[in-house]
Write a protein that binds this ligand. Structure first.
Ligand code: PHE
Ligand code: ZN
Length: 858
């Protein structure tokens, strides 16, 4: 018997094994007869030999019933060998016709063609096209597609695919067909088709060269009214990409379809984006301000992929960050331009630290360009996406806005229509700017979060600052080379509270960098890694008094917020009285009240770091102490500043439904204030929460009040929770929030409540959003998931194994929290490992889950 690790190694795909495809497929014609139980797909591929070799044509397929294979019109007797079909082709080109049958109804993986509500919809990235027909399913095979979709006209009145809509046919027996032609060559992962009863919100956009583009967002008829925010975001994205990157849309139509069952956020299929409905549907009744922002951000992300991903695509899946890091950077830039850039940057950093830093510090650490995988679905990670975006941002910082733009122009000019590598991207940046990026390339190869340790020494009017970089070993990478990082810093006068001199952009390339500042007239403090210019950890000695000073004086909003975070972490790492923190928060609230800071920033700055983030700072996460200290600090902040919280709440609550930065900021601060008031625990606070809940004009305010109450044991909590369910029953995206808010409660009975919710009639393992809303959220509840008796771990493993039989991709994601076992005390660590072993030892577990569990145990 082979052990699990050996089996995994045998299935490992390595970057160093890359070979160009033996056969190309210039054209694909698909004829699809849609049927929920049995869809027939006939493909007609023209294939041409690529290079001088005699190798056969190898095609990928999965869960296909192969009915007929013809080569140049003649039937061949080839029999698939598992997931491979090998066809001997005598000449240098041929026409291959294959007919298969597939079963969408039983496709619970949500890869390939599957059912969601009454729709049939596809998802092909990364390797889903092979579940539709036999094909060389790899991103460096680019083809021109013609797709004829046929189905029952009543069941599938709308038939969509990539490209431009062509002829429609009315057929006998109540059937019809539509043919779509995509004029742009694309890899199979960008193929899409949708059939079903859909209504559209329509609009149009005229491009910079006068092309009139028909826009449509397709959804159930009842939801069309909730698509306007997404439509506005789409038009803003199209305009922004023209202005900032000179990129124009290239088809006469752009279609978006929203579906309830979807493994990820959304998919950039050429001309036919498919979205998780939670990133399209939004109105003030049902979506929070954060949801509205997420809708705009994801719409922009998928639209931007049309150039960064589709027109220029990836050679192989190791290059995933080529399109994802770049496109996340672009959507972050877009969102920052829509207003409140400082708060957006803080949110981006918060997300990076919450998900990517732990990944980089754990058993699943990998570079943004991994060099081996077993299941590519496991590499759609915060590292590839969010750290990938930080790497692009560093290039933008190093090259400057104009240099970066010259680089992207050259990249598009050189590589339009090609499948390329991260190396091609960096090479274009170098060629366009003359910069040498040799050392910078290490960001693509080395995993782990670098640390920059800062020391300063003052002698008279001179200050010497020493910056030392280091990077700890990660799995498979015992020693590391020095990184090239742009590091922004400035001096802040300790007396004047003003910046002294200009901000400096220092390029750290050596192990140590020494900076000397002359002629200083007053004591100074360092404002470090301003704007979070490099995705690193900074270690710098600073007293609490200095941090409190910076939290009130730093002129870089990120650094100012960061000073407050550092002060919080410092206080929360001890049992000290939190008076320094209370004072700093009071000062921030006073600045807000005086109009010196905008409410959105104040709302960010006065939030304590999460328990998980506090845990990330220590070598061993002390679950109970972290919770106890944080709650004690919250109680003190709530009690001492109660009048200020009331003032903030009265000023900022009841802001209405407007979506401008001012209104969003006000709602944010009001809800933070309300949470502190409920923590202080007066009867008036409970009444205020109840009043806010009942009178809420927006979901932000309604869920804000419910979240403030959820940790309490009060009739208000129970009443609001019950009302919330009744009010929104049937709206899946909102009911997800009802599950999540309960899973995140710090109450002692949360695990029990989650167990009850797992049996709720609205809970299902088949819907990825619902699974994340309950099980995923619970695993993020540090205090309750990490129960000392291991009951949280058992619950997670039980659900993981149950989902694995339905949807391995969803299941594999649930292994991540257990993989952090080394960070916890021996007792918890052993219990977490035991669940990982149980998972890895379960017969028939998917390779997705096996890879995650085995790596976690290594
Ligand atoms: N490529 C998609 C995006 O980032 C993500 C995705 C991956 C969607 C895999 C579905 C499946 O825009
Ligand atoms: Zn993407």
């Amino acid at each position: 018997m082979l052990d699990a690790r050996t089996v995994l190694q045998m299935n490992e795909v390595r970057l160093s094994d890359y070979r160009p495809p033996d056969w190309l497929v210039p054209t694909v014609a698909l004829d699809v007869r849609l049927d929920v139980d049995r869809t027939l797909v006939t493909s007609r591929l023209t294939v041409t030999r690529n290079g001088d070799h005699r190798r056969p044509l190898r095609l990928d397929g999965q869960d296909l019933e192969t009915r007929r294979i013809l080569v140049d019109g003649a039937p061949v007797e080839a029999v698939p060998n598992g997931e491979e079909l090998v066809l001997a082709i005598p000449g240098d080109s041929a026409v291959v016709e294959i007919e298969v049958a597939i079963a969408p109804r039983t496709n619970t993986r949500l890869m390939g063609l599957y059912g969601s509500d009454d729709l049939l919809v596809t998802q092909c990235e990364a390797e889903g096209f092979r579940r539709i027909t036999w094909f060389p399913d790899r991103p460096d095979v680019l083809s021109l597609y013609t797709v004829r979709l046929e189905g029952d006209a009543a069941q599938f009145p709308i038939l969509l695919s990539n490209g431009d809509r062509g002829a429609a046919e009315t057929l006998d027996g109540g059937r019809h067909a539509v043919t779509w032609t995509d004029p742009w060559p694309k890899p199979s992962y960008l193929f899409a088709m949708v059939g079903g009863q859909l209504a559209a919100l329509r609009d149009e956009f005229v491009t910079m060269n006068g092309r009139r583009v028909e826009l449509a967002i397709w959804t159930a008829a009842a939801d069309v009214g909730r698509c306007s925010h997404a439509m506005a975001a789409l038009k803003a994205s199209m305009d922004w990409d023209e202005r900032i990157y000179g990129r124009e849309y290239d088809l006469d139509q752009f279609n978006i379809v929203a579906v309830s069952d979807f493994n990820a956020g959304a998919m950039e299929n050429k001309g036919l984006n498919v979205f998780n409905s939670k990133y399209i549907l939004a109105d003030s009744e049902t979506a929070t301000d954060a949801d509205f922002d997420a809708v705009a951000g994801v719409v922009a992300h998928e639209y931007f992929h049309n150039w960064t991903g589709n027109r220029v695509t990836c050679r192989d899946w190791f290059q995933l960050s080529l399109k994802e890091g770049l496109t996340v950077f672009r959507d972050q830039q877009f969102s920052a331009d829509q207003g409140s850039a400082a708060v957006r940057r803080i949110d981006d950093v918060r997300a990076l630290r919450a998900v990517q830093f732990p990944e980089d510090a754990g058993p699943h650490a990998h570079p943004i360009r991994p060099d081996h995988y077993v299941e590519i679905g496991n590499f759609y990670t915060a590292t590839v996406y969010n750290k990938g975006a930080e790497v692009i941002r560093m290039l933008h910082t190093l090259l400057g806005r104009d240099g970066f733009r010259r680089g992207t122009d050259l990249y598009f000019e050189r590589h339009d229509g090609q499948a390329v590598t991260c190396e091609d991207w960096v090479a274009a940046m170098e060629a366009a700017t003359g910069r040498n990026l040799t050392q910078f390339r290490r960001w693509y190869d080395q995993a782990g979060t670098p640390t920059v340790t800062v020391h300063m020494a003052r002698a008279g009017r001179q200050l010497t600052v020493n910056l030392a970089q280091s990077l700890a070993a990660t799995p498979g990478q015992p020693s590391k080379a020095m990184m090239h990082m742009p590091f922004r810093l400035a001096l802040i006068g300790r007396d004047s509270g003003r910046r002294i001199g200009d901000e400096r952009l220092v390029e750290l390339t050596a192990g140590e960098t020494r900076l000397v500042f002359e002629d200083l007239d007053e004591p100074v403090l360092l404002s470090l890694n301003r704007g979070f210019s490099a995705p690193v950890k900074v270690v710098a000695p600073a007293s609490r008094a200095d941090l409190a000073f910076l939290a009130g004086a730093d002129d870089d909003p990120f650094a100012r917020w960061e000073a407050m975070q550092r002060l919080s972490l410092d206080v929360l790492a001890t049992d000290d009285d939190p008076h320094e923190l209370v004072d700093a928060i009071a000062a921030t609230l006073a600045d807000g009240a005086a109009g010196r800071l905008d409410p959105a920033f104040v709302g960010e700055a006065v939030l304590l770091p999460t328990e998980a983030f506090i845990g990330d700072q220590a070598s061993v996460v002390d679950v109970e102490s972290i919770h106890r200290r944080r709650e004690a600090a919250r109680a003190a902040i709530a009690a001492v500043l109660e009048p200020q919280w009331w003032q903030a709440w009265h000023w900022h609550s009841g802001t209405g439904t407007a979506l401008n930065a001012g209104a969003k900021g006000a709602r944010r601060l009001a809800n933070v204030a309300l949470a502190y008031l409920v923590t202080a625990g007066s009867a008036e606070a409970l009444a205020a929460a109840r009043q806010q809940y009942d009178g809420a004009a927006t979901m932000t305010d309604r869920i804000g009040a419910l979240s403030a109450l959820i940790n309490t044991d009060t009739p208000e909590r129970d009443a609001c929770l019950a009302d919330f369910y009744d009010r929104f029953a049937g709206n899946g995206d909102v009911i997800d929030k009802w599950f999540t808010v309960q899973a995140l409660s710090t109450r002692a009975d949360t695990l029990e409540q989650v167990q009850v919710l797992l049996r709720h009639k609205d809970f299902t393992l088949h819907n990825p959003n619902r699974l994340r809303a309950l099980v995923g959220a619970f695993a993020a509840n540090q205090r309750r998931f990490h129960a000392a008796d291991g009951s949280g771990y058992r619950l997670l493993a039980d659900q993981l194994l149950a989902v694995d039989r339905i949807n391995p991709q969803s299941a594999a994601r649930l292994a991540v929290p257990l993989g952090r076992w080394q960070r916890f005390d021996a007792g918890r660590g052993a219990l977490m490992q035991a669940q990982l072993q149980r998972i890895a030892g379960t017969a028939g577990v998917s390779k997705d889950v096996m890879e995650m569990a085995t790596r976690a145990l290594a």
